[in-house]
Design a protein around this ligand. Structure first.
Ligand code: ZN
Length: 308
């Protein structure tokens, strides 16, 4: 927080001081910035100059761009006697247009179009675990869908290769490769993707309460949507429901180990190693395979149930 304040102050100083600088506005008029001179009253240090320093977003329409530039030109040209207006110098720190410009330069930096929502320009960068948490892969698809549900009736899309893609359900099917993925053998990688695919399922639809919990940064109570893991008794990640991703992981691993007609011995071993590895992470795998929980619901629902 303190670093942020310092940064902001430095930016203000940079925008107020000296000559040059200039905005990113290409088609602007003369760029020299006057220092001092026109200010009167209680400004401290250098003045705000006489030019408004704005960056105009490229998505502005021609009409909008013309309007904002014209109005700022007019503002810059106004000769104002602020001393005749109550409260003026208290707000602007002086009595002239240069003080208003200074005020603006500290507070308005970017101009967006009426058609640009600020959040469409926000970028959520990948979370960097301070402990270097390792993983094979992850599937955030149910959360991507939750994000679109939360923003209804606004339309949320996900940009893939510069194209906006519709998000209509958790079957959007986005998988992040983890750091261990590239170091693994092809069989383990294939099993990993089969596991991740199960996380795209929301068999009974979503509960509004779960969407809200996620939005508030709380862990899930009902793990059905997204077939989410929980903690194992001994720690680590486990299915808390039958037919979850680790069960599918185990079954597919066993298929490679026991039922692949063109797998090499090494590949079969890799399948068996993985089966052993995930067996305990699946929820009561023996009971599941014995039919204790019925057949899996491999379907998907886009329904959101309001349980709030
Ligand atoms: Zn998983």
């Amino acid at each position: 927080m303190r670093a942020m304040t310092l940064l902001v102050m430095l930016l203000i100083l940079a925008s107020c001081g000296g000559s040059g600088g200039g905005g990113s506005d290409s088609g602007q008029r003369e760029q020299e910035t006057t220092t001092g001179g026109t200010t009167d009253g209680n400004t401290t240090g250098s003045s705000g100059g006489s030019k408004i320093d704005l960056t105009y977003d490229s998505a502005l329409s021609t009409q909008e761009l013309t309007s904002i530039k014209k109005s700022m030109n007019v503002l810059e040209s106004l000769k104002i006697s602020g001393s005749k207006v109550e409260g003026f110098s208290e707000v602007f720190g002086g009595n002239s247009t240069s003080n208003v410009i200074r005020y603006l330069n500290q507070r308005v930096n970017y101009i967006f179009s009426q058609n640009t929502e600020y959040d469409s320009r926000l970028v959520l960068n990948a979370f960097q675990s301070p402990n270097g948490f390792s993983f094979y892969a992850k599937n955030p698809s149910s959360y991507i869908w939750y994000t679109s549900v939360i923003n209804e009736p606004r339309d949320v899309k996900i940009i893939i290769n510069n194209q906006p893609i519709d998000i209509s359900s958790s079957r959007i099917g986005v998988v992040n490769l983890g750091d261990i993925f590239v170091e693994s053998d092809a069989i383990t990688q294939a099993i990993t993707i089969v596991h991740e695919a199960r996380h795209s399922d929301c068999p009974n639809g979503a509960k509004a309460s779960e969407i809200q919990r996620w939005f508030n940064g709380l862990g899930p109570i009902d793990r059905t949507c997204g077939q989410l893991h929980g903690f194992c008794a001994e720690g680590g990640s486990c299915d808390l429901l039958p037919w979850g991703p680790y069960a599918i992981d185990f079954i597919y691993s066993k298929a490679i180990a026991d039922a692949c007609t063109n797998c090499s011995e090494l590949q079969k071993q890799q399948g068996q190693v993985n089966a052993n590895f995930v067996q305990e992470a699946a929820y009561d795998i023996q009971g599941t395979l014995d039919g204790k929980y019925g057949n899996p619901n491999m379907g998907n629902s886009k329904t959101v149930r309001d349980d709030l």
